[in-house]
Design a protein around this ligand. Structure first.
Ligand SMILES: O=C(O)CCC(=O)C(=O)O
Ligand SMILES: [Fe+2]
Length: 360
């Protein structure tokens, strides 16, 4: 298997996987779709998920209309739900308030997190969500959140099948995500000025479990970094290592496809699979002339879930040393408690105004 993967040329575009076979118990085509999912997760860490049989494509289009309504309000109106009213994480952040790799991102956003029972805005991430006062906004977005949470569970189960987990292992994995500490961002991107020293959103890896990104049809904005297969990939930095670039890694566009969300793997899946599934670098460079809107939903583990490599993944790697070296896996990943990991990631936000994706 190792050689076949090494020899396979990288596609210049991401694979497309339909959610359809996973919507009905024992639906036909389930096993082959799960195998395709497994290949996409281990080869790219990114794929298009066709959800047209799950949700009407007009539904997220409505969401971007509402988002545009909000982003075109005067600055003082938007500031009424500023993150500074709350825990510095939940609410609206102005253009350039988010910083990645030390550079201000050319976007503004509303960030929402799973509500907590006793909000306390003095505790990081523990405040209350803030919603725009636009009629229908909250209802429509809450309906989307419910659908994305269910979708998260469906994709998790499909991935468990693709990985060949036992029913007991799936049961255990399920208990780590059944009360997801989800995050949703509603992001507005004005065009990037030509001389701007930064990005619309700088290069980063998503840190949780699964991201479902709905974006308006703007082409050429989201870019995904594909390293050459077989390369020992450095996982620490948020920009491609010199080695990755020298060895022929490339940024490819992940342009939106109607009826699909772009789905990618977060770092927690990398831990579960001990590096077999990759949390792939991506960035946004929006140079077009329009105002772009995207709505990533981050399906994350439960706040207190302990995440550690799954024994099926470790066993497969022990049996297949070639696979291990092909994937550049040189270590056994350490267990992490998701909430601790998340607080470390966003912690710098509170002290220094750094963004979600700063790694230092
Ligand atoms: O807007 C996009 O296309 C991607 C945004 C993103 O990568 C993120 O918020 O993590
Ligand atoms: Fe991202």
């Amino acid at each position: 298997m190792g050689d076949a993967v090494a020899d396979a040329p990288k596609l210049a575009s991401l694979p497309i996987i339909s959610i359809e076979p996973f919507l009905h118990p024992e639906g036909p085509g389930r096993l082959s779709a799960a195998a395709a999912l497994h290949a996409a997760c281990s080869e790219y860490g990114f794929f298009y998920l066709d959800i047209s049989s799950y949700v009407d494509p007009s539904e997220p289009e409505e969401l971007t209309k509402l988002a545009r309504e909000f982003f075109t309000l005067p600055q003082e109106e938007k500031d009424k739900i500023s993150i500074s009213n709350e825990d510095n994480a939940r609410g609206y952040q102005r253009l350039k308030e988010n910083v990645t790799n030390g550079k201000a991102d050319n976007h503004e956003a509303i960030d929402l997190y799973r509500p907590v029972e006793q909000p306390d805005k003095s505790k990081p991430l523990w405040g209350a969500n803030q919603w725009p006062a636009i009629p229908g906004f909250r209802d429509r977005y809450e309906a989307w959140i419910e659908k994305m949470k269910k979708l998260g569970m469906i994709v998790m189960e499909a991935m468990a099948t693709g990985l060949g987990l036992t029913p007991e292992e799936w049961h255990e994995l399920r208990s780590k995500v059944d009360d997801s500490f989800w995050v949703m961002r509603i992001i507005g991107y004005p065009p990037l000025p030509n001389d701007y020293d930064g990005f619309s959103c700088g290069a980063h890896r998503d840190y949780g479990c699964l991201t479902f990104l709905y974006a308006d049809p703007t082409p050429g904005a989201l870019q995904v970094f594909l390293a050459q297969p077989g390369l020992l990939v450095e996982k620490t930095g948020s920009v491609p290592s010199e080695q990755e670039v020298e060895d022929g890694g490339q940024w490819i566009n992940a342009d939106p496809i109607r009826g699909c969300v772009v789905c990618n793997i977060g770092e927690m899946w990398e831990v579960w699979t001990n590096g077999l599934y990759k949390s792939t670098l991506h960035r946004v460079v929006h140079k077009g002339s329009n105002y772009r809107v995207s709505i990533p939903f981050f399906f994350e583990p439960n706040f207190d879930a302990r995440i550690e490599p799954l024994s099926t993944a470790i066993q497969a790697q022990e049996e297949d040393r070639a696979l291990r070296s092909l994937k550049g896996i040189r270590k056994t990943y350490q267990p992490v408690v998701y909430g601790d990991f998340l607080l470390r990631k966003v912690g710098s936000n509170f002290d220094t105004g750094k963004g979600r994706y700063d790694t230092d």
